[in-house]
Ligand binder design. Structure first.
Ligand SMILES: Nc1nc2c(ncn2[C@@H]2O[C@H](COP(=O)(O)OP(=O)(O)OP(=O)(O)O)[C@@H](O)[C@H]2O)c(=O)[nH]1
Ligand SMILES: [Mg+2]
Ligand SMILES: [Zn+2]
Length: 292
């Protein structure tokens, strides 16, 4: 399913795209709990009198789940995407590791590959800030691309990331997600913020969800509401697995149920002490753990 607007679902089939509705009870399987989202593999049947109905949803290989601001339950907004591209800007607004880390967790929790794009390196001190952040995330094991949609720096590398398979872009409002996508496929004409204009918090221009098939290859999910980084359905017990740099050390703790905050014999704390895990990453882990 590639687009959902007001109860009408667009589905890609062997013979092109068709529109369908969901009526009655959906046959759900595996990890699919409630509804059909973009990226879902669905079964469509023709019904008497014409028209098509989605009747089943296949288990999801990956999912992107988020929680609305103040909401309690996580909502899956896209399925079966290969990667989450975490976009941050080095200034205007300035990136913070805390925000980047939360989004990386969001990607890891849903089984997606995660990588980091540091945009707006053209701004003052931009290259220095980007170099520091790039070092931090490469050390943690993530791919990092540094870009400027203004000068074109890094755009070829960004295109390479997007060209393979399917991606979702996540990142605070104003970091340049739409601008970056427009730069690699001008046909898209995604709305971007006008210069000098502040976005009003809580307002999103995108109301429908869709998968965009890019000119140069690659598929990108366009989903509303990604300026908010409420984590999805990550459990306390799985949080440590969502930090790529923790994984080599997991299982080495003295206590089986170690949460890696102050337990004796903790392999994660030992790795932090030995400089194998950066303290900033462990700080983010602690902050997120407290919230879950
Ligand atoms: N200096 C500079 N400005 C940029 C760059 N990329 C984007 N911008 C500007 O940043 C502002 C926000 O860009 P958008 O693409 O609308 O940001 P977004 O991430 O899509 O924001 P939301 O849709 O609100 O989530 C716009 O004014 C862009 O022109 C860049 O590389 N350098
Ligand atoms: Mg945008
Ligand atoms: Zn531990």
């Amino acid at each position: 399913m590639i687009e959902a607007t007001g109860g009408i679902y667009t589905v890609r089939t062997g013979e092109g795209t068709v529109e369908a509705t969901v009526r009655g009870r959906l046959k759900l399987s595996g990890n699919v709990r409630d509804k059909v989202v973009i990226g879902d593999r669905v079964g469509v049947v023709e019904v008497w009198g014409g028209g098509r109905v989605i009747e089943s949803v296949e288990p999801r290989r990956t999912y992107l789940a988020r929680r609305a601001a103040g909401g309690r339950v996580a909502k899956v907004v896209a399925a079966n995407l290969d990667r989450l591209v975490v976009v941050a800007s080095v200034a205007d607004p300035p990136a913070t590791p805390g925000v980047i880390d939360r989004m990386l967790v969001m990607g890891e929790a849903g089984g997606m590959d995660a990588c980091v794009v540091l945009n707006k390196v053209d701004l003052a001190r931009g290259r220095a800030v980007a170099a520091e952040l790039a070092e931090l995330y490469r050390f943690a094991g993530y791919g990092v691309v540094r870009t400027s949609a203004v000068t074109g720096e890094g755009m070829e590398a960004f295109r390479e990331v997007i060209r393979a398979g399917s991606s979702a872009l996540a990142g605070p409002s104003g970091v340049g997600k739409s601008t970056l996508l427009n730069a690699i496929d001008p046909r898209l004409e995604l709305r971007t913020r006008e210069v000098g204009r502040r976005s009003r918090a809580g307002r999103h221009t995108t109301v429908s969800s869709r998968l965009i098939f890019l000119d140069g290859g690659g598929v990108v999910a366009d989903t509303p509401g990604f300026s908010d980084v409420g984590l999805g359905d990550v459990s306390r017990a799985e949080l440590d697995h969502c930090f790529a740099d923790f994984r080599p050390f997991l299982g080495g703790c003295h206590f089986n149920d170690c949460v890696h905050i102050h337990e004796p014999g903790c392999a994660i704390l030992a790795a932090v002490g030995a400089g194998k895990i950066r303290r900033a990453r462990h700080d983010s882990y602690g902050t997120i753990l407290e919230e879950l």
